[in-house]
Design a protein around this ligand. Sequence first.
Ligand code: NAD
Length: 373
Amino acid sequence: MDRRDEAFAFADEIGPAKVIHVYEPSIELRGTLVVDNVAAGPSIGGTRMAPDVSTEECFRLARSMTMKNAAAGLPHGGGKSVLYGDPAMPTERKEELIRGFAYALRNETDYIFGPDMGTDENCMAWVRDEIGRAVGLPRELGGIPLDELGATGYGLRYAAEVAADHLGFELAGARVVVQGFGAVGMHAARFLAEQGCSIVAASDSRGGVASRQGLDVAALIAHKRAGQALKDFSGGEPIAGDEMLALECEIWIPAARPDVIDDDNADRLRARAVVPGANIPMTTGAEKTLHARGILCVPDFIANAGGVICAAMEYHGATQRGAFDAIEERIRDNTRAVLDAVQRNQELPSEAARELALQRVRSAMKSRRWSIY
Ligand code: NAD
């Protein structure tokens, strides 16, 4: 590969529009920004801080934001930034790096900073102070605390409702299994329980708890918030993490790690629908197996877009109520559009979702003088 090809190794019809490496020796700052495609509007995507990030990871994350933002129908393209460093470093050092990174990118108005792994609302407050362009801000600065309120879990409730309707069952009385009980899983369980679902099992990294009668979700959340492991919850029976997959239920919600349903275990799943909170919760082979078995897999970036919709609404000055109404409307409409396309074209849901997102990106590109800007 000659050096020119190397520099454009990721280039295709969509992007990336810009790859910017930031270096400031006085504070040992090293970071990268990838602005993938901004035909629909300035890109929104988080800043990830980790010792082992890379340009390739940054590009892949930026592309998935292009797809997610387009699928959600937001007037925003996709971008992402990565900062090399241990996120557990002392606060003063972290502030120096985040401020330096933001300042170096102060003129890159095609990119709006957001929180991601290793960064949080305080980091976004520093970015906002430096350059005025960030989402995921603290409440005092006009932020809508999406993890605290459960924006992504709120969206999952509507994706689950459309999936249930598509399959011909009601949410009331449906049995739900939730793997991962953090910002996404806990609130998904809460919102679905409010609709009359019976949360028959939930797990965290230390194991799970199950109950045929349904878990008391409010009590389980209080237990988790008190720092206890779910498996020690007295309102159910402990269950090993890998047994969660084989529990009979209507809706199975992965809300922890990528690739938890793979080619080896996909035939053990006994659900009617998978509604993912986690990103990339299943391999392509697993999705094909589940599809062949008649199990509906709502695509991850359709179901779990509640967080980014909330962030975009915050950026445009919406209230909390306005943001949650937008999540409801968009996730409902987009899930329905994808499931209709699946039925019409007899294709995998992930293919239908990808096509929906690509169509929106391409049509935004047609309206621009330069295609991806
Ligand atoms: P979190 O850190 O708040 O919670 C993760 C939970 O998963 C924790 O309860 C943890 O104990 C549990 N967990 C970890 N490994 C597990 C395992 N092997 N088995 C069972 N549980 C396990 O994270 P989060 O914000 O809830 O995000 C969960 C997933 O959803 C991630 O993949 C994230 O990328 C994705 N996601 C999050 C958002 C958001 O708004 N926070 C939006 C879209 C996608």
